[in-house]
Design a protein around this ligand. Structure first.
Ligand SMILES: [Zn+2]
Length: 361
C-alpha cells in the first residue's frame, strides 16, 4: 500500500508554492523526497501519464489528491478542459479545506485559459480564503485584473506566471515593469521577451537577500555572436533546465553572450537553480555562454576548451560591479561554481579570472 502521508506530502508542497510534481529545485533542508511523486526528469505530460497510471492503485482519498496534481499539470500544459475535469473529480472526493481551495482555483484558472472569465471568477473567489502563498496572491492579482483594477504584484514572477491566464482571457494586464526594476538596476541588453522566454512555472522559491554571486559557463560550445544565435542558445538552456531537469525556469539570473551582452534570466525575486541545493540560497547566478573546459567524453566538439571572449570578461566585470553595488556584496563573495561543488564549471581560465577579480577589488 502507498502511504497516505507520502501522497499528502507530495500534494501539500504545490500549495506552499513549490510544486512537488516537479522536483523542488533548491531545498536547503534535508527533506526526504516524497515517495509518491513522479521522477524529476519527466516532462509535464509524462508526469501526467505517470499519475494516470497510479490512479487505480490509490485509495479514493489519495486519488482525489492525485487528481489535484493532474489538474495542475494539465494547466501547465495548457489543456484547460483536462484540467477542469481533473479538478472537478478531485472535488468529488474528500478534500481538506486547503485542497478544496486548490481545486476551486484550478477550475477558475481553467476557465480563464478558455477565455471564459465570467465562469472563472466565482471559482477564484471561492478559493481565495483558504489558499496559501503565492497561490493566494496570484488569485487576488487575477481577480483584480479581471475587475479592471490593476494591482501590482509583489513579484514580477507572479505577474509573468499570471500573464498566461490574462492573455488567454484577453485581459490587458498592467504595464510591465521596466526590466531594471525586476532585475535589480542592471543594464540588460536582451530581455526575456526579446529572447522568447517561456513563462516561469510554479515550483520556485523566493530569493532571500542576495549576499554572494556564482559564475558559470554553459559547457556548450558557442561561437555565434548575433542576437539571434544568443537568443536561440538561451532558449535551449531554458528548455533543458525546465523540461529535462524540472526547474521552474532557466536556472541563472543573468547570462552573458559571446558579444558581451547581458541577457536577462530568471527574476531576481526568485531563488536561482544553478549551484545545487543550499548553495542557491542568496546566490545570484551568472552564466557565460560557451564551453570553457575540455570534455572529450562528450564528443569531439567538446574536446577543446573555448576561452571566454574579451567582450564577455569586460561585461562580466561591469555586471559584477553593478550587482555588488546594488546588493552590497563584497568581492570575496564572488565565486566560480567549482568553489561550491565538485565540477569543472566555469573552466580553468574563468576560474583564474575570478581569483584575480577578488584580489583586485
Ligand atoms: Zn556551473
Amino acid at each position: 500500500m502507498l502511504s497516505r502521508s507520502a501522497v499528502a506530502l507530495a500534494l501539500l508542497v504545490p500549495i506552499l508554492g513549490a510544486c512537488a510534481t516537479t522536483p523542488p529545485e533548491s531545498k536547503s533542508m534535508g527533506l526526504e523526497p516524497p515517495v509518491m511523486s513522479p521522477p524529476g526528469d519527466m516532462s509535464a505530460s509524462e508526469r501526467l501519464a505517470w499519475w494516470q497510471h497510479q490512479l487505480p492503485r490509490l485509495s479514493s482519498e489519495d486519488r482525489s489528491e492525485a487528481r489535484l496534481a493532474m489538474g495542475e499539470l494539465s494547466l501547465e500544459i495548457g489543456n484547460a478542459s483536462e484540467a477542469r475535469i481533473a479538478f472537478y473529480e478531485a472535488k468529488g472526493g474528500r478534500l481538506a479545506a486547503r485542497e478544496m481551495a486548490q481545486a476551486e482555483r484550478g477550475i477558475g484558472l481553467s476557465y480563464f485559459l478558455d477565455g471564459q472569465v465570467a465562469l472563472g471568477v466565482p471559482h477564484l473567489e471561492r478559493s481565495r480564503e483558504d489558499l496559501q502563498e503565492p497561490a493566494q496572491e496570484e488569485v487576488e492579482y487575477l481577480l483584480a485584473a479581471a475587475g479592471g483594477d490593476f494591482v501590482e504584484a509583489s513579484s514580477p514572477v507572479i505577474e509573468e506566471r499570471m500573464s498566461v491566464y490574462l492573455d488567454a482571457a484577453h485581459i490587458k494586464g498592467p504595464a510591465v515593469a521596466a526590466p531594471s526594476i525586476s532585475t535589480g538596476a542592471v543594464n540588460l541588453d536582451l530581455t526575456r521577451s526579446q529572447w522568447g522566454a517561456a513563462p516561469m512555472r510554479s515550483n520556485w522559491d523566493r530569493m532571500t537577500t542576495p549576499y554572494r554571486i556564482a559564475v558559470h559557463h554553459t559547457a556548450e560550445p558557442m561561437t555565434g555572436t548575433s542576437v539571434n544565435a544568443s537568443a536561440a542558445e538561451v532558449r535551449n538552456v531554458q528548455s533543458t533546465h525546465m523540461k529535462d531537469r524540472g526547474f521552474a525556469d532557466i536556472g541563472y539570473h543573468y547570462m552573458i553572450d559571446r558579444a558581451g551582452r547581458v541577457i536577462e534570466g530568471r527574476a531576481m525575486t526568485a531563488q536561482g537553480a544553478h549551484a545545487s541545493g543550499s548553495n542557491n540560497v542568496g546566490n545570484i547566478g551568472i552564466c557565460l555562454l560557451g564551453n570553457f573546459s575540455s570534455q572529450p567524453d562528450r564528443g569531439s566538439s567538446y574536446a577543446t576548451a573555448q576561452r571566454p571572449t574579451s567582450e564577455q570578461l569586460v561585461c562580466l566585470d561591469k555586471l559584477l560591479g553593478q550587482l555588488r553595488e546594488v546588493h552590497g556584496i563584497p568581492a570575496n563573495k564572488v565565486q566560480g561554481h567549482r568553489e561550491l561543488k565538485d565540477t569543472e564549471c566555469p573552466g580553468d581560465e574563468l576560474a583564474r579570472w575570478i581569483s584575480r577579480y577578488r584580489m583586485a577589488n
